[in-house]
Design a protein around this ligand. Structure first.
Ligand SMILES: NC(=O)c1ccc[n+]([C@@H]2O[C@H](COP(=O)([O-])OP(=O)(O)OC[C@H]3O[C@@H](n4cnc5c(N)ncnc54)[C@H](O)[C@@H]3O)[C@@H](O)[C@H]2O)c1
Length: 167
């Protein structure tokens, strides 16, 4: 909503169509164009479709916000491999791959912004029984750092969620 308030046309993606509908109505009320897409960011075909439809519809990609995030709360000894795979799949892997997909276009354009939303739990180990969430929070800034630095176009390695990559 903040991007739409600032005058940007937006693509909104989520697992749940009803959540998209509510946000799309608010964006349209601001007079901005919106493309709502039901997407599972852990699904490779869905991710490709998200970026393909974005470029088809708007012809450009100026910014990406990786906001989808989940957690599974369990005491350390009860954490299962399924917990690990699911949380890391959304919070870390999907974030990393979506950064790569966005950067394909941003590097060519020499312009773009990526915001990876992450929890402070990635910096300060939380004691409320979600060790994988803590680990996935660490991995998000790392995804940002790796994507930017490997291509020689900026990014920082201090773990600040936020904006990077510029002309
Ligand atoms: N709530 C907090 O206290 C808090 C604190 C710090 C950081 N965060 C981070 O902020 C972000 C948003 O959290 P929130 O509290 O608004 O959570 P939320 O559950 O309200 O929103 C997360 C959204 O991500 C979507 N989502 C989940 N898995 C998905 C998938 N596989 N594909 C597509 N969409 C998917 C959900 O449907 C949901 O709409 C997360 O990355 C979270 O880690 C939250």
């Amino acid at each position: 909503m903040r991007l739409a308030c600032d005058g940007m046309d937006v693509v909104i993606a989520d697992l749940h169509a009803d959540r998209l509908d509510a946000v799309a109505r608010e964006v349209r009320a601001l007079g901005r164009h919106v493309l709502p897409l039901v997407v599972d960011v852990t699904d490779a075909a869905d991710r490709e479709r998200l970026f393909a439809r974005t470029l088809e519809t708007f012809g450009r990609l100026d910014a990406l916000v990786n906001n989808a995030g989940i957690q599974r709360i369990a005491p350390p000894l009860d954490v299962t491999e399924e917990h690990w795979d699911v949380v890391m799949g959304v919070n870390a892997k999907a974030t990393h791959v979506c950064c790569q997909l966005a950067l394909r276009h941003m590097v060519t354009a020499r312009c773009g912004r990526i915001v990876n939303v992450a929890s402070i739990a990635g910096k300060m180990a939380s004691t409320v029984h979600h060790p994988i969430y803590n680990a996935s929070g660490v991995a998000r800034p790392l995804a940002k750092w790796a994507s930017g630095r490997e291509r020689g176009i900026g990014g920082d390695h201090h773990g600040h969620p936020g904006i990077f990559l510029d002309r």
